[in-house]
Design a protein around this ligand. Structure first.
Ligand code: ADP
Ligand code: MG
Length: 271
């Protein structure tokens, strides 16, 4: 029996509804899984054959602490995904370096391009936190300037209306093998909140989306137990990357029968 940590956070409201599903799938493949809070000072990470980051959903305000934890764990166990991956993936400036089509992004509050509608968001974020949608160019510039004043890197993008029609497509890969895909609900549409976990439906990705997702993954040399590739379409119709989730993505396991077993099999392969 191998022993693996399922890394979570202090989750009194039970936001992580995938934990039991994963632990059960692990059990079926002979992996003894224990849920551990990443910031639990009592946790003995060296006792684990692998430490798997899952719902570490409170790292945003403590990113330095989280990354220091990741490096420390990597010194005594097998961390998945690896610490260097977590470090680069928690700052969306990684989007500039992948060499794949991304949502057109202006990384400053100055000289904004003209868009019908703007999205302004910080490079370090999750769950659409501190993210603004506005048709007002001056307001977009002010939001970006406020982020800069707070020492943050702003991202200014055109609002892509296709997130409300076709919808964003997320492709899930376990140990680089395609598992499943979902259509996600728009997070910046009226009446939407950041809690998009449940608002997803299974979707068969189009060939051009699969092709781009695999190109994205090919740009990351490290082992990847899990990867979620979030894609949109530009007005030209071409697919583009909006986000690559390699840190603590929700995996939409309940939307795809068999996916938890594929996740467990991928972990076994990497051990
Ligand atoms: N340029 C955009 N056009 C339309 N919707 C956007 C845009 N940028 C972000 N969104 C919406 O906000 C959500 C969160 O943005 P994202 O870039 O994925 O950052 P994060 O998930 O880290 O907060 C997206 O899933 C999408 O619904
Ligand atoms: Mg996202």
């Amino acid at each position: 029996m191998v022993l693996c940590a399922y890394v979570t956070f202090d989750d009194p409201d039970g936001h992580d509804d995938e934990r039991e599903t994963v632990l059960e799938a692990w059990r079926h493949t002979g992996i003894d899984g224990r849920a551990e809070r990443w910031d639990d000072p009592e946790a003995d990470w060296s006792a684990y054959d692998a430490v798997v980051v899952r719902s570490a959903w409170d790292y945003l305000d403590r990113r330095d602490e989280f990354l220091a934890w990741a490096r420390r764990v990597e010194g005594v166990s097998r961390l998945l995904n690896p610490a260097v991956v977590l470090e680069s993936n928690t700052d969306k400036t990684y989007l500039r370096d992948l060499g794949v089509p991304i949502v057109p992004t202006h990384w400053s509050s100055r000289d904004l391009p003209d868009h019908e509608e703007y999205v302004v968001k910080p490079a370090i974020s999750a769950g659409a936190r501190d993210t603004t949608r506005t048709a007002d160019r001056a307001e977009a510039a002010a939001r970006a300037a406020a982020l800069e004043a707070a020492g943050r890197t702003p991202m200014v993008q055109p609002y892509l209306h296709m997130v409300e029609s076709e919808g964003e497509t997320s492709l899930l890969y376990f140990n680089r093998r395609f598992s499943h895909a979902v259509r996600r609900s728009p997070m910046l549409a009226p009446g939407m909140t950041g809690a998009d976990n449940v608002r997803a439906r299974p979707r068969t990705p189009a060939p051009d989306q699969v092709e781009l997702a695999e190109k994205v993954l090919a740009a990351i040399p490290q082992p990847l137990l899990y990867a979620r590739v979030d894609l949109v379409r530009l007005p030209s119709g071409d697919p583009a990357l909006i986000e690559l989730e390699l840190t603590e993505p929700y995996l939409y396991l309940h939307q795809a029968p068999g996916s938890a077993a594929r996740f467990a099999a991928a972990l076994r392969e990497l051990l």
